[in-house]
Design a protein around this ligand. Structure first.
Ligand code: SF4
Length: 194
């Protein structure tokens, strides 16, 4: 019979289940009492994610309760970091939660400051998307270069640049590249490479 393959994460889960059942008192009343003291089903959801800080792209396990992140640790099954995180990755939870409360510095709405204005206005996402599309089109219409100084067809746009982030995955990078190249962009960078 072949050996049973088990991942480190599955092993930890099984070990937790086994030790949990050893800790529970026997008998339904005592078990119920034990459950009150040792809740077996926490209202905490765990989800895999990727550290947003640099191009290494370490895997995270994010535990959230409602809209609060209560814990983030390295994903032991992730092939890049295998459970480890640097100090920046370990502090990722603070992007969402500080001292048990939603980080007050976290922006949750679109903020817009008009040209020449000294105050921020709250806008909707629909408004922001329309505004971005309008400005991209106007800039492209005004600055698109069909031919260079020697008369060669270049079809490029030098008035807009695109800057990606380390949290983007391969598929997102592929889609963004295609969208930007289709506009004619040539200034195209990634935050983790700068
Ligand atoms: S910042 Fe640290 S934890 Fe985050 S991806 Fe880079 S090396 Fe990994």
């Amino acid at each position: 019979m072949g050996a049973i393959k088990i991942s480190r994460r599955q092993f930890v889960k099984l070990a937790g289940t086994a030790s949990g059942s050893l800790l529970l008192p026997s008998g339904s009343a005592r078990a119920a009492e034990g459950r009150l003291r040792l809740p077996l089903h926490k209202a905490i959801g765990e989800a895999p994610s990727i550290c947003p800080f640099c191009g290494v792209g370490c895997g995270l396990i994010v535990a959230a309760q409602g809209n609060r992140v209560v814990n983030i640790e390295g994903d032991p099954d992730h092939p890049i970091n295998q459970g480890s995180l640097c100090s920046k990755g370990m502090s990722t939870a603070q992007l969402n939660t500080v001292d048990g409360k939603i980080n007050p510095r976290r922006l949750q709405t679109v903020k817009y400051r008009a040209r020449g204005s000294n105050r921020w206005e709250v806008k909707s996402w629909d408004w922001a998307m329309d505004e971005i599309a309008k400005r991209v089109k106007a800039t492209r219409d005004q600055h698109f270069i069909e031919k260079d100084a020697e008369g060669r067809t270049v079809n490029r746009l030098e008035a807009i640049a695109s800057l990606g982030g380390a949290a983007l995955d391969n598929e997102e990078c592929s889609l963004i590249s295609k969208a930007m190249r289709s506009l004619g962009l040539v200034y195209f960078e990634h935050q983790a490479r700068i």
